[in-house]
Structure formats: structure tokens, C-alpha cells
Ligand binder design. Structure first.
Ligand SMILES: *Cc1c(COP(=O)(O)O)cnc(C)c1O
Length: 373
């Protein structure tokens, strides 16, 4: 007999998804209306406004995509890059590698700047690559590398790229609302994020914004965007309305998921962006103090550590997977495993959005204490 699904409520302290606030879940349970209903169109306008607040931008071309963060990454490269265009991608973890893969698949000429996992993207290396490749058109990098817990310097990296005439693509899927990001002031041409990290809405939707220069680049393309679904010019016929002002069908927006995104963004605004960053710092400090007290070590240098994603060394002789399993089974607590170079060596403990709460810090501390004793 098939029956309804009743998931066990968990505390989510991994690399995403994060805990979803009941207000967001409540919003998503409201009545479904048409994706062209005037009330829904009003909601779309509010979502774009709240996105501009959260990204700190006045970009007109700002919209959610009906697919997760990975789709926003793909949309960024698909729209800006034409076959043969040279793109410099900075790699210091899994998501930088994925950016490079996007450039390859879209027929771009790829130049990589590589830094060791667990360290920042080095501006000096980017500068050298820019000097060696004066024909580069795009620079892409990850603001908050979720695979390593490292925060890179968006302002400096974008500044260098812009001085060399490049457009910038900034992955802030884990960064947005967790650490400072100023899209306009820091000259990010395309920045994107997702619902399931520090915005604390369920996974499945992403957020993307294009500067005027990036929008102009899209308009000036000689070749069509390779992805029909992610072509922003087509998407804007729905999200903005065409020449005649009327909005036209592109795809059916996931209406209830958009209610959730709206509520999550509204909660960031109500809290205040600076307060949200501060909350993540405070909860990180509390987790750091507690876990250090258990003799656990943090991998990433404090000066560029992400407060919302903590890489903690697995102590000598401890089976990292067994501990995660015990945390899930006994404490309904999810934390993340290490990826790539860090597989088997670290845990990734997320304090993202609604997960960044003192009760979560205490649960994680006491549960880890129990597992390790
Ligand atoms: C999670 C994440 C993504 C991908 O987002 P999905 O919603 O999983 O598709 C991309 N980049 C970074 C840095 C991420 O942390």
C-alpha cells in the first residue's frame, strides 16, 4: 500500500538545504493562482524589488529562475558567453570547477586561475591572467565556496576584472544574506544565488541579476543563447512584459515556490541585511567557541572563513561517515561531508539563514560531544 509521505523533521546544518522558516512553508501552502493572474503579477514585481534590496543593486534585469542555483550558474554563462569568447574562471573548490565546465560546454575559450582548496581566490593570480589574456571578455569566480567554506574578495576581484574590460560573473549562492555583498558598488555584472542556503526557502529556485553592461552584452550577441529555457531575453517577456507591456507565457512559473521565495526575501528585509550578516557572524562565533571547547579544529583561516559554512577537521581515528549517520539517527541532525580534496577529512557545518540559531548551535555541540565521547 502506498501512503502519504511524512518526513521526520530534521535540523539542517549541512551545506544546504537549510532549515526553512515556518512562515515560508506557510506561504507556500496558500492557494495556487494562475501564473498570469494580476495578483501574481503584483507578487512578481515585489519579488524583483526585494531581490534588488538583497543583492544591493538597482539592476532592471533582476529576476528569479524556475530552477535551482546550478541553473543560474548556467544562465550566467549561457547569456554572456558566445562560442569562441575567452573567459577566465577562478577555481578554489567544486563550484569554480563547475563554472569552468560551463565555459567548456558553451564553446568558450577557457583560462583557469587555480588556488588551493581552503584558500581564497588570489587577486595577484587573477591580475597575471588578465595581463596574459588581454582578449578575455569574462571573469567568473565564487564568492562563498560551499565546498571549502572560503569567502573570496568580490570587490577586489571584480575591480581588477573591470579595469581590464571584462564582465564579471559572481556566484553568491551561499553568500547572499549570509555575508556582505554589494552588487552595484562592487561591480558584479552578473550575480546569482539560490533559495536553499541563507535565504532559507526550499531548494528549487534561483535568483539572478544583470548589470546594464551585461544586459547590453546579451542584446549585442551575434549568436542565439544556446539554452532556450535560460535565455533572459525570452524570460523577460514574462517577468517584465514585452514591447506592448503585456506579459506573455514563457513557461509556467512554479507559483507556490514563488510565494515561498517572496516570504523568505521579505523576512530578510524585515530583519535587515546588515542584521542578517551580523546574526551569521554571532552564531559562527558561538559554534567556534563550543566546538573548540570539544577540541575540534576549524580548517579555514579566520580572516576569510565563511560564518555560514564551517569546515571542521575530523579528529584522528574517528569515522566521519559514522558520526554523520549517528547525528541523523539519534539527533535528527544533518551536517555535511567533505567534498573532493576534503572528502573523509572534514565535516561541513552550515549555519545558514534560519539554521543560524542558538538552539541549533547548542544541539550541534551536544550531539557532537555525545558522538565523539
Ligand atoms: C549550492 C550551490 C550551487 C548550486 O545550487 P543548487 O541549488 O544546488 O543547484 C552553486 N554554487 C554554490 C557556491 C553553491 O553553494
Amino acid at each position: 500500500m502506498n501512503t502519504s509521505f511524512h518526513p521526520t523533521p530534521r535540523t539542517l546544518m549541512g551545506p544546504g538545504p537549510s532549515d526553512v522558516h515556518p512562515r515560508v512553508l506557510g506561504a507556500m501552502g496558500k492557494a495556487t493562482i494562475g501564473h498570469l493572474d494580476p495578483e501574481f503579477v503584483g507578487l512578481m514585481e515585489e519579488i524583483k524589488d526585494l531581490m534588488r534590496y538583497t543583492f544591493r543593486t538597482s539592476n532592471l534585469l533582476t529576476l528569479p529562475l524556475s530552477a535551482p542555483g546550478s541553473a543560474a550558474m548556467e544562465a550566467a554563462y549561457a547569456n554572456l558567453l558566445e562560442p569562441g569568447d575567452k573567459a577566465i574562471v577562478c577555481i578554489n573548490g567544486v563550484f569554480g570547477m563547475r563554472m569552468a565546465e560551463n565555459v567548456r560546454r558553451m564553446g568558450g575559450e577557457l583560462v583557469t586561475v587555480e588556488d588551493e582548496w581552503g584558500t581564497q581566490v588570489d587577486p595577484e593570480k587573477l591580475l597575471a591572467a588578465l595581463n596574459d589574456n588581454p582578449d578575455a571578455k569574462i571573469v567568473g569566480f565564487v564568492h562563498a565556496e560551499t565546498s571549502t567554506g572560503v569567502c573570496s574578495d568580490v570587490k577586489t576581484l571584480c575591480g581588477l576584472a573591470k579595469e581590464h574590460g571584462c564582465l564579471t560573473i559572481v556566484d553568491s549562492v551561499t553568500g547572499l544574506a549570509g555575508v556582505e555583498l554589494n552588487v552595484d558598488e562592487w561591480q558584479a555584472d552578473v550575480a546569482y544565488s539560490g533559495t536553499q542556503k541563507c535565504l532559507s526557502a526550499p531548494p528549487g529556485i534561483s535568483l539572478i541579476t544583470f548589470s546594464q553592461a551585461a544586459a547590453d552584452r546579451v542584446k549585442a550577441r551575434n549568436t542565439p543563447v544556446q539554452s532556450w529555457f535560460l535565455d533572459v531575453s525570452l524570460l523577460m517577456a514574462y517577468w517584465e512584459g514585452g514591447q506592448g507591456g503585456g506579459r506573455t507565457y514563457h513557461h509556467t512559473a512554479p507559483v507556490n515556490a514563488m510565494y515561498g521565495l517572496h516570504e523568505a526575501l521579505l523576512m530578510v528585509k524585515e530583519e535587515g541585511l546588515e542584521q542578517s550578516w551580523e546574526k551569521h557572524r554571532t552564531m559562527h562565533a558561538s559554534l567556534y567557541e563550543n566546538l573548540s571547547g570539544l577540541g575540534l579544529e576549524f580548517v579555514v583561516d579566520a580572516s576569510y572563513r565563511l560564518p555560514q559554512l564551517n569546515l571542521v577537521k575530523v579528529p584522528e581515528g574517528v569515522d566521519e561517515a559514522a558520526v554523520r549517520q549517528q547525528l541523523l539517527q539519534q539527533f535528527n541532525l544533518e551536517i555535511g561531508a567533505g567534498l573532493g580534496a576534503f572528502a573523509g577529512k572534514v565535516w561541513r557545518i552550515g549555519l545558514m539563514g534560519y539554521s543560524a540559531r542558538q538552539e541549533n548551535v547548542q544541539l550541534c555541540t551536544s550531539a557532537l560531544r555525545a558522538c565523539l565521547s
